[in-house]
Ligand binder design. Structure first.
Ligand code: AHM
Ligand code: MG
Length: 344
């Protein structure tokens, strides 16, 4: 049997990849790992336990129904990170304002975390994969003071680590510290994440396109034309492409990362800036895709260099295999020039 590398062993071996003090990365990631295992346990029994399934009866800051598991995952992530005391504050999809820790050692924490604790949660009730997305930044304010919004509003280029957990047919933690992307699969029999996908690379080109075509009429002309291009027959370019859309960003992204493909959530009539959130959905996945050799933009601008203005900001997202994203951008430039922004 080949020797398995556990996540803990991997972190110790790769400690030098993390540009800051010893032990911080391992403590931060172990908080995320612990919360992921706890959420995984609940996700897996969601079909059995009545009080976990379904809506919590409240709306979150985005005006969407919060699912009970959203609330649960949010609480677990926050308490795990608070307990590790490396993090002075958290920005979450589920909380309107940042959570700035004011007591104990946590105010000395050098990092902030942004997260979507349970993305795609409308899929829980129907047993479809969901995920947790996270990003880690070094704080701007002085340790020992209470974190401020400026600690969070940093462009993706300043991110020090990020990734996601996918609760799928198996549970995986995929992350990067800016030195490539590695994927770990949870061995549920021993409760340990093991390195299963070392040094992940996204194929430079692909033949899968992922977009909610139900919104077709609301898409910019450039996206409409790109979809038609994907559907045309052309043997030389392997078209028509295959259409795959789960409606769970992490799952759609994960598949395309492995197989090659493009995921697009463009601006629509209902969501003129797209639906997905820049800080805790688009940037962490853009970080990963770039680390894996792919590309991410809002149709014009590189996601990683956008200067964020507020915590729950939305942007369109074009992400995946480099050649496919470049091609979709070319369609945007040609047919929807007024909707392509180039300003940072
Ligand atoms: P959520 O954060 O409220 O779960 O919403 C994000 C989800 C993504 O997982 C998914 O890619 C997208 O919304 C699907 O949106 P739509 O149903 O409009 O296609
Ligand atoms: Mg989400």
């Amino acid at each position: 049997m080949n020797k398995l590398t556990t996540l803990s062993e991997f972190i110790v071996e790769r400690q030098s990849d993390f540009p800051f003090a010893k032990g911080e990365l391992s403590r931060l990631l172990s908080a995320i790992r612990l919360a992921a295992k706890v959420v995984n346990r609940e996700v897996n029994k969601a079909g059995l336990v009545d009080d976990i399934l379904g809506s919590a009866g409240e709306e979150n800051v985005q005006g969407e129904q919060q699912q009970k598991l959203d609330v649960y995952a949010n609480e677990k992530m926050i308490s795990a990170l608070r307990a590790q005391q490396e993090v002075c504050g958290i920005g979450s999809e589920e909380n309107e304002d940042i959570i700035a820790f004011e007591q104990g050692q946590a105010v000395w924490g050098k990092y902030v975390v942004m997260m979507d604790p349970l993305d795609g949660s409308s899929n829980i009730d129907v047993n479809v994969s969901i995920g947790t997305i996270f990003s880690i930044y070094r704080r701007k304010s002085k340790p020992g003071t209470v974190a401020t919004i400026e600690d969070f509003l940093q462009p993706g280029l300043d991110m020090v680590a990020g990734g996601y957990v996918i609760y799928g047919s198996s549970t995986m933690l995929v992350f990067s510290t800016g030195h490539g992307v590695n994927g770990f699969t949870l061995d549920t029999s021993i409760g340990v994440f093991c390195l299963s996908h070392p040094n992940m690379k996204i194929p430079e080109d692909g033949n899968i396109y992922s977009i909610n075509e139900g919104n077709y009429k609301q898409f910019p002309e450039g996206v409409k034309r790109y979809i038609k291009y994907c559907q045309e027959e052309d043997e030389a370019t392997d078209r028509p492409y295959t259409s795959r859309y789960i409606g769970s960003l992490v799952a759609d992204f994960h598949r395309n990362l492995i197989k090659g493909g493009i995921y697009i959530y463009p601006q629509t009539g209902a969501n003129p800036n797209g639906k997905l959130r820049l800080m805790y959905e688009n940037i962490p996945l853009a970080f990963l895709v770039e680390q894996a050799g792919g590309k991410a933009s809002d149709g014009g601008r590189r996601i990683m260099s956008i200067e964020p203005r507020h915590l729950h900001q939305r942007t369109p997202l074009f992400i995946g295999s480099k050649k496919m994203v470049e091609n979709a951008e070319a369609f945007m430039k040609e047919y929807s020039p007024s909707e392509v922004s180039t300003a940072e």
